[in-house]
Design a protein around this ligand. Structure first.
Ligand SMILES: Cc1cc2nc3c(=O)[nH]c(=O)nc-3n(C[C@H](O)[C@H](O)[C@H](O)COP(=O)(O)O)c2cc1C
Length: 220
């Protein structure tokens, strides 16, 4: 039976869906869309709501129960200071930057009512590979978005140059941690449309015949 997302012709049924529809858990997952951080407006979540979102994100699958992620809630009163810091770091790290780049960094840091910085915080040298711990950090970002959406807000996950700057990372954590994402949260001020990957391009119900042969050979 076709789902709400896929009609009989295998195409998404756009009209019947609303963005982050909270009617049921499945509706919410089927209709998930990020909010564009620059279009996220007030009301944003309260500090208590942000703590609840982070607690939910902390339920992310994690091999070995290492908790290989950290969530830094940037308080509203620190957003301007963060903006100034990003501008300074940008000027120090990138040749040829000018006032427009500094302004863009300022806009980045101050967009949307709330900001949570998610850090990948792997336990290096543990038998659970760092790669798996980093995968868990990505999943934690996703769960943070799900929590925001389930609470009636929208979130947007961004990286950009700041996520790859050690100096920016040091504002929130320390090596070997990495910034997995800047997750901006607020209320969407614009309607969004759905774009979905075609099911056939992202899923398979069987392995190819040639692979099946090699799998049988391996098993034999
Ligand atoms: C690790 C990661 C980093 C991302 N960084 C950016 C970014 O810097 N800028 C951007 O426009 N979108 C970025 N995106 C994509 C958006 O978060 C979002 O997924 C995209 O706009 C598609 O919207 P949707 O989530 O509603 O499908 C990133 C996504 C991931 C998973």
């Amino acid at each position: 039976m076709p789902s709400a997302l896929w009609n009989g012709a295998g195409r998404p049924s756009w009209e019947r869906m609303s963005f982050n529809d909270r009617t049921t858990p499945l509706d919410l997952l089927r209709t998930r869309r990020s909010g564009k951080p620059r279009d996220l407006a007030e009301p944003g979540p309260t500090l208590d709501q942000l703590h609840e979102m982070v607690a939910i994100a902390g339920r992310t699958p994690d091999h070995g129960k290492l908790f290989p992620w950290r969530f830094v809630i940037v308080p509203p009163e620190a957003r301007d200071a963060l903006a100034t810091k990003l501008g300074e770091i940008l000027m120090a790290e990138k040749d040829g930057c000018g006032p427009r780049d500094v302004e863009a960094a300022h806009q980045f840091a101050t967009q949307a009512p709330a900001l949570v910085v998610v850090l990948s915080a792997p336990v290096v040298g543990h038998k659970v590979p760092v790669w798996e711990q980093e995968l868990s950090a990505g999943a934690a970002c996703m769960n943070l978005l799900h929590a925001a959406h389930a609470m009636g807000f929208a979130g947007g996950w961004l990286t950009g140059w700041a996520a790859y700057s050690d100096a920016v990372r040091d504002l929130f954590g320390e090596a070997p941690q990495k910034i997995a994402g800047f997750v901006f949260i607020g209320t969407p001020s614009r309607r969004k449309y759905f774009s979905v990957a075609s099911l056939s391009s992202i899923s398979a119900t069987t392995i190819s015949p040639s692979r099946a042969v090699s799998v049988r050979r391996i098993r034999a």
